[in-house]
Write a protein that binds this ligand. Structure first.
Ligand code: SAM
Length: 326
């Protein structure tokens, strides 16, 4: 399945739930996060049916995200069902790590290949300030568990926030070095869930983070998949890596190979674009899978060439990341 700019779509991010057990201040408001009623959240049967359609259209990699995917009961069962879909060769999970220690083993046995864990600070007090919950110890135990279980690769995602966690950049690099893993620094996106943060005062570019790291570590450019949004570097003399995700620079749009299925069944062909298709409605109105596939192909074909995050007066920030899954 290709769009009109010849980009092939091979990667589907599925948000399995819009609820989360944290309230990160760059992602969700402390109260009134606006959850969908459960009846409007795709059932596992519906997710599996749609994933089968996407696989037949050429999707090869699936990532489960949220909200927090591990707050939904029975995720391991969903994983084993997706693993059985012909064509899906890679299955990944994005999680805040809180439930990873208790669920990791089950997820691995179900066939999960890899995990990305979000972590924005290594200090308990600051974790409470950012995530509005006291759960750092569980997240750290979850990271250890992921490593013990042999998930590969394990990646840490850290949102850069000037004045909040920018003094920990080198600590995160050391954390990655000690564990031989990859830490990826993400530029803060100004969504409507991030209203507590100031786009001007709290934004720190990945370029600034990289300069800081290079004062202490030698970074060697590392080849990643062309479709990866991260620019990745090996840290000289170690088995660790550091990645930089710079959504605002837009360098990634021309190679973007991903689609997003929201927990309510809406399909987004661009993270910062509109919702393109209500797949839940089509499925529940009894549309045959062949027709659903044609509808998907139609909206994919006309997907935007790039996002407009850098332009003023565009309602690009009119969404909450927890509703889309990152
Ligand atoms: N709960 C899971 C987790 O913590 O990874 C999956 C969902 S979370 C919405 C996915 C990713 O989006 C996380 O890495 C999070 O840090 C990132 N994210 C959320 N809001 C963001 C924002 N305003 N700017 C940059 N990244 C953001």
């Amino acid at each position: 399945m290709k769009d009109r700019f010849e980009r092939e779509l091979t990667y589907l991010r599925i948000s399995v739930v819009d609820r989360c057990n944290l309230r990160c201040l760059y992602c969700m408001p402390a109260h009134g996060a606006g959850f969908e009623p459960w009846k409007d959240i795709l059932s596992y049967d519906e997710i599996v049916s749609l994933t089968r359609c996407f696989a037949e259209l050429g999707i090869r990699k699936v990532r489960l995200t949220g909200g927090e995917p591990l707050v939904r009961k029975g995720i391991a069962g969903l994983i084993s069902r997706i693993r059985e879909i012909p064509g899906i060769s890679e299955l990944a999970l994005s999680t805040n790590g809180v439930f990873l220690r208790e669920q990791g083993c089950e997820l691995k046995e179900a066939g999960l290949n890899r995990v990305n864990i979000s972590l924005d600070t290594l200090h308990r007090g600051r974790f409470i300030q950012i995530a509005r919950m006291d759960r750092l110890a569980e997240v750290l135990a979850g990271i250890d568990e992921a490593l013990n279980l042999g998930f590969y690769p394990v990646k840490i995602n850290t949102v850069l926030m000037k004045g909040i966690n920018d003094d920990e950049i080198l600590d995160f690099v050391r954390f990655a070095v000690e564990r031989s893993i990859e830490v990826r620094f993400i530029e803060l996106m100004q969504t409507n869930g991030a209203v507590q943060l100031d786009a001007k005062n709290n934004f720190l570019s990945t370029e600034e983070a990289k300069e800081k790291i290079e004062k202490e570590f030698n970074l060697i450019s590392f080849d990643t998949y062309l479709s990866s949004p991260a620019k990745v570097f090996s840290i000289d003399g170690t088995n660790a890596r550091v990645g930089f995700i710079s959504p605002l620079s837009c360098f990634f749009c021309s190679r973007c190979n991903r689609l997003r299925l929201k927990a309510n069944g809406a399909l987004k062909t661009c993270l910062h674009g509109k919702e393109d298709l209500d797949l839940k409605f089509l499925l529940r109105s009894g549309m045959p899978e062949e027709e659903i596939k044609r509808k998907i192909e139609e909206v994919v074909f006309v997907r935007p060439e790039q996002h407009f995050l850098n332009e003023k007066d565009v309602p690009h920030n009119d969404f909450q990341m927890s509703h889309v899954g990152g």
